[in-house]
Ligand binder design. Structure first.
Ligand SMILES: NC(=O)C1=CN([C@@H]2O[C@H](COP(=O)(O)OP(=O)(O)OC[C@H]3O[C@@H](n4cnc5c(N)ncnc54)[C@H](OP(=O)(O)O)[C@@H]3O)[C@@H](O)[C@H]2O)C=CC1
Ligand SMILES: CC(C)(CO)C(=O)C(=O)O
Length: 306
């Protein structure tokens, strides 16, 4: 039976630090964080403050030759994935399990195209409201990591990951159909992340202003329509299932996209509205709300550059 004894992670941001801190506590030096010199200097000078506890991880440069890891975790933003895959090349061997915690529906495919690795599990995290300010990360809920095989089998990789997460005390779920779950999460991000970015709204406003909530759901309905043509078949129930999740997020918490806007970073709009509009055109499904969200968010990004 496969056993995960060492793990390498890239992307020590909100999500990577939250789950990475659990893996560091379990595995010590066998949990490695891949980063360039500038990042390592920054991490070493202050440490990573995860919910009040300062962590010093085992850092390794991308060019350092090493044995492949049993598990590689990607926790960067979508636009950073291409470089991150290159930086992880020494850590990915023929038996390495790969987990991508990125939002959106394209990261697993992108990793597969670049690595040809046969052990990529499909995954995403939900219910976590991690907020990063420089080297400080806080969250009111760790949420859970959902993972599975695209063909819905219970492989040795699934069993090995389940065992690791049990030992590390990382909350997880293995949904019956991970691809459906990833699409449902995509639908939520298309709604809440983008709307929060335009209105600069923390979760409190979605929880208390019905008109804002409805506006968000209009963007989500466009994903429901597209999913029917793709064969994923999201339903009204999938949309409704996200209402209690949103209600339970910290009122002063922010989506990862709003955090990007406030920190003047590039957002993931290409992977949310960008993808919805692309698929809408392909399947001739109107996407008026996402068309506007795409325009507004790219304008906000351009304004930040001036
Ligand atoms: N925040 C949240 O609550 C949630 C986020 N997500 C998703 O998770 C993913 C990650 O989001 P989040 O954690 O918020 O993002 P962050 O921006 O907080 O973290 C990304 C981190 O990756 C680092 N990074 C980027 N490229 C490299 C590289 N080549 N080598 C080493 N480090 C690198 C960045 O470092 P630097 O800052 O130095 O550039 C940054 O620390 C996104 O797809 C997001 O949509 C999903 C659920 C919830
Ligand atoms: C909305 C949220 C917090 C849900 O986990 C998320 O996925 C994000 O901010 O990117």
């Amino acid at each position: 039976m496969k056993k995960i004894k060492n793990v390498s992670l890239i992307g020590l941001g909100a999500i990577g630090s939250a789950y990475g801190s659990k893996l560091h506590t379990l595995l010590g030096a066998s949990f490695r964080v891949v980063a360039n010199e500038e990042r390592i200097r920054r991490y070493k000078s202050e440490g990573l403050n995860v919910d009040g506890t300062v962590f010093h991880f085992n850092y390794i440069l991308p060019e350092a030759k090493t044995e492949p890891a049993d598990l590689v975790i990607f926790a960067v933003k979508n636009a950073e994935l291409e470089q991150a895959i290159l930086d992880m090349k020494h850590h990915i061997g023929p038996d390495t399990i790969i987990l991508s915690l990125l939002n959106g529906i394209s990261s697993e495919e992108e990793i597969y195209e670049a690595t040809n690795n046969e052990h990529i599990l499909y995954s995403m995290c939900v219910g976590i409201d991690a907020l990063r300010t420089n080297n400080k990360i806080r969250f009111s809920s760790m949420g859970k990591i959902c993972f599975g095989e695209r063909d819905q089998t219970t492989s040795d990789n699934i069993i090995a990951l389940r065992e690791l997460f049990d030992m590390a005390d990382i909350p997880y779920e293995i949904p019956e159909n991970i691809w459906h779950a990833i699409w449902a999460k995509f639908m939520f991000n298309v709604g809440v992340n983008q709307t929060s970015a335009v209105f600069r709204a923390s979760f409190k406003y979605f929880q208390e202003i019905p008109a804002l909530h409805q506006w968000m759901e209009q963007a989500m309905y466009e994903v429901v329509e597209i999913s029917k043509s793709i064969g994923v078949h999201l339903t009204e129930d999938d949309l409704r299932n996200y209402r209690p999740i949103l209600m339970n997020l910290a009122p002063d918490g922010q989506t990862s996209m709003l955090q990007d806007i406030e920190a003047n970073r590039k957002t993931e709009v290409e992977y949310f509205a960008g993808k919805v509009c692309e698929l809408g055109k392909k399947y001739q499904i109107p996407t008026p709300v996402n068309d506007q969200l795409y325009k507004m968010i790219t304008i906000i990004e351009s304004m930040a550059k001036l």
